[in-house]
Every structure is written in structure tokens, then in C-alpha cells.
Design a protein around this ligand. Sequence first.
Ligand code: CAO
Length: 414
Amino acid sequence: MNIIDIIVPDIGEYKNVLVIELAVKPGDVIKKEATLITLETDKAAMDIPSTHSGIVKSVHVSLNSKVSQGDKIISLELESSELESSDIPVEIKPEIKPEILKTNLTISSDIYAGPATRRVARELGVDLTKVMGTGRKNRIVSSDVFQFVKAIMTGQSGLPGVNSGSGLFVAPDLDIDFSKFGAVESKPLSRIKKLTAANLHRNWVKIPHVTQFEESDVTELELFRQENQAEAQKRNLKLTPLVFIIKAVVSALKAYPQFNASLSKNGEDLILKKYINVGVAVDTPNGLVVPVVKQADTKSLFDLASDLGILSQKAREGKLTGQDMQGGCFSISSLGGIGGTLFTPIINAPEVAILGISKTQIKPVWDDKTGSFVPRKCLPLSLSYDHRVIDGAEAARFIVHVAKQLQDIRKLLL
Ligand code: CAO
């Protein structure tokens, strides 16, 4: 038997270089130039090819181990045709990784992809565990990697090639076996949850969010609301604070039209809308949906209460139509019926801002007239806005406007 050792060749000044891929195992029949291992330094990734053809008898390195020039990589039983060949010089071309899409590279020996595909993935910084293979036996081919990158760059999810039901980047260490630490149960995400997850993730990553907080003294408003509750009930309606908040938001959208807008596709223009449709986040057993109260600026408090009642009921029964959820200009997410103090809602693109509502609390507020603290009902507001479109000062003016409208019921009803 003619067995030779293939060693790490001259790799320049590098020493103790990390083995990031192991492409062979004992028993493999390999051809000359086949990749044996891939090394990664802080600047480059390089494949180390075999200098001969033959059968791998043993592998002397392991994944994540470190090697230097001269270290044994494998022992190879030479093919008969190789017996006469002498040492073949090997040229190693370091591949400088571009500074784009540098996701955490996850190393997995279970990935079914050839060295060329792996190289493409490395160059683009793509984690192959997230790519779905379309080749034979689900082998990942180069076009799958390009498709994956395209899906991410164009903000699309659910495309072939993106190996995640929700189109999300999954944390690289999610192949942990959690059952090692205790009992677990795996539950599939609902279709709505997957769609919401992909949208929220895209919006969070793509839109530079800032959240501005404010509090509104709604003591008078709450009195008015209670006084009119009986009348609402006669009409089979419920006057919740949200109805008044929609009114206040409509007023603020009229005063600050840049909030009633979307960026154009090329990002060069702001499209100002001359209609006011307000989306309302509704919590349903299957996940979050955002039906839209259409032409909110033309509606009375009772009309708004009626729309809200119908839409939230349809949402909870899973009966919303595409039409019900289209055309929103600005969204409101109210957690006021649940509790909590303040939160940072995520903008519902292509809208440019969203108002979060938390639970009204009784607080001591300083009263200049009496020179004392008096108990007042305070409603916490959180306005998240797209900072590419809206300046901080504009956001502060908008939220103060909303707060003042709610504070002074006469203004609201005008
Ligand atoms: N402070 C104190 N109480 C409030 C309040 C507030 N800000 N907002 C509502 N309430 C009260 C209501 O008056 C009502 O009280 P009663 O039961 O005594 O009449 C109770 O809380 C429940 O209100 P509601 O939830 O039925 O009605 P709503 O109009 O406030 O909200 C809807 C409707 C559909 C928006 C809401 O039910 C819902 O689904 N909210 C969750 C939205 C969500 O999940 N957002 C998070 C999205 S992720 O960013």
C-alpha cells in the first residue's frame, strides 16, 4: 500500500489557523484538487486542496481545531495512477471576504453542499444552514445561495431558498437540544404569526425607529366617556378610550400631514395621502392583525365605535377580508385594556409612524391654581416614527397635539 500524508502547505505568515470546514472523512475517494479543509484567518478563507487522488485512510484534523504549515491533514492511499507522480505544487488563493451580509457563519457538517457552493456562500457571508437546497436530494446549489441573498436584499420572505417559515434570520445557535435541560414541547407557529414575524422583523431592521413618549391627562375625557356610555350601549356600542384616541390621531394627522404619508419606492419622494384610514392592531387567538378603520376623518365617535366593534369581532373570528386590512395610513396599537406602562411599537410599513397606548393610571399632578397635587387620570402614549421621514421635533409636536386633544374634550369634538 502506498500511503502518503498530505500536510498543510505554505499558507504565508499565518499560524494556528482555524479549520472552519472539514470536507473529507475516512473512506472517501477523492480526486486531486478536491478540497480537504477550509481555513479561516481574520482576513481570508482558504480551501486546502488535495495534492493527490486516492482513498482517505485517516483524518488528522478536526473541525474548529487550529493548524499551521506542515501539520498533517490526512493520510491518503494513492490511486495506482498517482504512484508515479511527484509532488504537485499547489497554489492557494486566499478569498478575501467582502464586508457585506456578514451574518454569523454557522459551521455544520450536516450541510449538503459542494465546495463551490460553500465558497459562494462564504464569499457572500451566507449561513448555509438557513438555505433550502433545490438540487438533487435537497443539495444546496449556488443558485440557492444567490436566491437566498436576493430574498433578503429585496426584503421578501417565504421565497424558495430561504429556509425559515417566517423568513427570519434564526439565531445561529438554535440547533441546541433544549430537552437536555428539561421537558420541552414544539408547537408550530400559526400562519398569521409567521407572516407577522416576517413583517415585524423586516420593519424593525429596515426602518430607523425612534419612540417618543408622552402622557395625556384624560380625567375630563373619562368623565365624558362614562356619561355617554349608556347612550352607546343603547346603540349596542362600547365607547372605549380607543375611539377618542382615533379622533385625536385624525386631528394630528391633519395638522401634521407628513405622518399621513409613505416613502415612494425609490425613496426619493414622500407620498402624502389625502384620505385618513387608521389601522388598529387587534390581538386574536391566532396572532396579531391590523384591520383598518376607513375614512376615519369623516366619522363620529359612535361611527368609530361601531367600526371598531365590527372589525375587532371579525378579526377574532378570523373573518377579516383583504379589503378590511388594506389602505391604512397610520396605526394604533392599544394595550390599554391589558396593562403595562410604556412600550415601543414597531412601525407598520409602508406607514411612517405608529401610536402605542398603555393603561390609564391615576397619578398625582401638580395644580398651579390650588398649589397642590391632585389625582388625575393619565394616559401613556408612545409614538414610534420613521426617522428618515420625520424629525424628532415633528414627532414631539405630533404627540403633544394628540395629548392635548385628549386632554380637552371640546377640541376633540370640534
Ligand atoms: N386605559 C385603561 N383602560 C382601558 C384602556 C386604557 N388605555 N383602553 C381600554 N381600556 C379598557 C376599556 O375601556 C375596556 O374596559 P371595560 O371592559 O371596563 O369596558 C377594557 O379595557 C377592554 O377594552 P377592549 O380591549 O375591549 O377595547 P379597546 O377598544 O380598548 O381595544 C382592541 C380594542 C381590538 C384594539 C383590543 O381589544 C386589542 O386587541 N388590543 C391588543 C392590541 C395588540 O395586541 N397590540 C400589540 C401589537 S404589537 O405592537
